[in-house]
Design a binder for this molecule. Structure first.
Ligand code: ACO
Length: 326
């Protein structure tokens, strides 16, 4: 018995923030952002819209693509670091928006690696025999964690959501994963306040501690190393050669990180699906949005092996091996 991806969907809010817009907000330039990151524009959710609103649209599209109705869904799991609220979970809010009742729904947090963790969690929900079909969603409003006075982070982030319907099958679609983390790097990438360590106060707001803080250049080096290593680990684990892989769907944090991974692995960059220029870093949503685009563009054929690979806050990192069965 195995688990396959039956349908993919994504949703990007319509508002576009371009590099030129940032030139009027902070001391930066289109040239700096483009050459240092590969990003040209990103999507921003309008005021009043939250991660569950993006996630439910991606979920509906994934159900449609799978040829099922939302009523056929037996569990919902959602990766997010920008939930609507601390609680209830974004997954519960999506469940309600889909009109579903009496199924398990919960969020989990692995930052940019969240969707990769989700595929493995969802697969095991099904393999344990209790459930036949579920939604794995990654939805992020990173603009809400962004300090638009900090040029070193604000140009990087965007909002969006991606989702997949996964289903029990005789075939193995989600073949397996390599997942890892190292919490000792906590402070390289974090939102210092708002949790139980440093609850919200006038002082935390004044000191802008609810926004994402990042040690960009330290992360840059670790990201290339961790992502390259994750691809190597998954190839080794399943006894595959890099030539066996048709497409790599990477997290989209920086075009130079993706290029570094390609160089490290000696895999042509054309084998990596890249859409960073349009959306920037949408944390956990990057991989499922890129997967959905690659599938809809016809870049993935039945029987192909794909690898997803990501890196993010935690630090967390990893890769999934997927056989495309649809
Ligand atoms: N415009 C112009 N100049 C800038 C900008 C900007 N937007 N941002 C930084 N600079 C300046 C810096 O101040 C610095 O100036 P200085 O030399 O006078 O001090 C100079 O550019 C170089 O800064 P670096 O930080 O060394 O630039 P680098 O080439 O490393 O690029 C970047 C920075 C894009 C942040 C890169 O380090 C990166 O992508 N890091 C990884 C990010 C990442 O992977 N994050 C994890 C995922 S996010 C998540 O999980 C939610």
């Amino acid at each position: 018995m195995g688990v396959v991806i039956k349908g993919t969907g994504s949703y990007l809010p319509e508002i576009i923030l371009t590099n030129r817009d940032f030139e009027m907000m902070v001391d930066t330039s289109d040239e700096w952002i483009t050459t240092r990151t590969g990003i040209k524009e990103r999507r921003i959710a309008p005021r009043g819209m939250a991660s569950s609103d993006l996630g439910v649209e991606a979920a509906k599209r994934a159900c449609e693509d799978a040829g099922i109705s939302p009523e056929d869904i037996e569990f919902i799991i959602c990766a997010t670091i920008s939930p609507d609220k601390f609680f209830p979970s974004t997954a519960c809010l999506i469940q309600s928006k889909l009109g579903l009742r009496d199924i398990p729904s919960f969020d989990f947090s692995a930052a940019c690696s969240g969707f990769l963790y989700g595929l493995e969690i969802g697969k095991n929900f099904i393999l344990n025999g209790e459930y036949r079909r579920g939604l794995v969603i990654a939805s992020e409003c990173m603009s809400r964690l962004t300090d638009y006075t900090d040029r070193s982070t604000c140009v990087l982030l965007g909002d969006g959501a991606g989702a997949v319907v996964i289903e029990k099958s005789d075939e193995e679609g989600i073949v397996g994963s390599y997942l890892s983390s190292d919490g000792s790097y906590e402070k390289l990438l974090h939102a210092p306040a708002g949790g139980s360590r440093l609850p919200a106060s006038f002082d935390t707001v004044e000191r802008r501690l609810h926004f994402m803080k990042m040690e960009g250049s330290a992360l840059f080096k670790i990201a290339i190393q961790a992502m390259s290593n994750s691809v190597k680990k998954i190839l080794e684990k399943y006894n595959l050669k890099k030539e066996d892989i048709s497409l790599i769907v990477p997290h989209q944090a920086n075009l130079r990180i993706i290029a570094g991974v390609a160089r490290n692995l000696d895999i042509p960059i054309e084998k990596f699906y890249i859409n960073i220029e349009k959306y920037g870093n949408m944390s956990a949503a990057c991989v499922p949005v890129a997967l959905d685009e690659a599938v809809k563009k016809g870049l993935v054929k039945k029987g192909d092996f794909l690898i997803t690979v990501a890196f993010g806050g935690g630090l967390t990192w990893g890769a999934n091996l997927i056989r495309w069965i649809k």
